[in-house]
Design a protein around this ligand. Structure first.
Ligand code: COA
Length: 175
């Protein structure tokens, strides 16, 4: 875990900071809400509930707080957490962005961009950022293209080895 001294990055009414144990219930709620909003039309409500129960419980999120070579960050408005991101890099050169989610009513206001910048800044030796995105998630793909990502391949198992969820693999070269 990279505990940056500048853990508060201000952008007027939003601050990026490292996630803590007290945030986990709110992060779980954020992920459940945002996953249903994003993926119910794609996977169906039942499947999304199944996935969020399995992937986003407080018990599953907690080990991220101490995972080596990773960044678990949130955007805090002072009143609530409106966005979360989690990334890791085994070698410091290739960042895997595992998760980037902004609450539906906070999207399009800069939170996703703030988290992307923070993740990249947190791995100063990194040369590339890689992520997976559902191929019909046009909003997210447009955001990533705007941020300089290009498609480098596809996976049949987004997120976890046996998820069965197809996705595009996008990558951005840094520097
Ligand atoms: C995709 C997502 C992370 C983007 O975060 P956001 O806070 O909404 O985006 P921002 O307001 O920070 O936008 C940053 C930049 O991307 C651009 N952008 C954002 N959404 C866009 C869209 N749908 N089409 C084109 N450009 C877009 C913005 O114009 C902005 O450009 P700028 O930096 O030149 O001003 C967020 O909308 C989200 O969580 N969506 C639902 C969940 C999801 O799909 N997550 C990704 C899973 S892989």
């Amino acid at each position: 875990m990279h505990w940056c001294a500048r853990s508060w990055v201000s952008n007027r009414a939003m601050w990026v900071r490292t996630a803590g144990e007290r945030d986990l219930a709110e992060i779980n709620a954020l992920l459940v809400t945002t996953w249903h909003d994003t993926y119910d039309p794609i996977y169906g409500v039942e499947k999304v509930t199944e996935i969020t129960d399995a992937w986003h419980s407080v018990a599953v999120l907690k080990p991220r707080l101490t995972q080596p070579n990773s960044e678990f960050v949130v955007v805090d408005t002072g009143e609530r957490i409106c966005a979360v991101a989690f990334a890791s890099s085994a070698d410091g050169r290739l960042i895997h962005l595992h998760q980037l989610y902004v609450l539906p009513d906070a999207q399009g206001k800069g939170a996703g961009g703030l988290l992307m910048d923070e993740i990249i800044d947190s791995f100063p030796e990194a040369q590339r950022v890689r992520l997976e995105v559902e191929e019909t998630n046009a909003q997210a793909i447009a955001f990533y293209e705007r941020k300089g990502f290009v498609e480098i391949g596809r996976t049949a198992n987004c997120g976890e080895d046996d998820s069965g969820l197809p996705a595009l693999i996008l990558e951005r070269t840094l520097g």
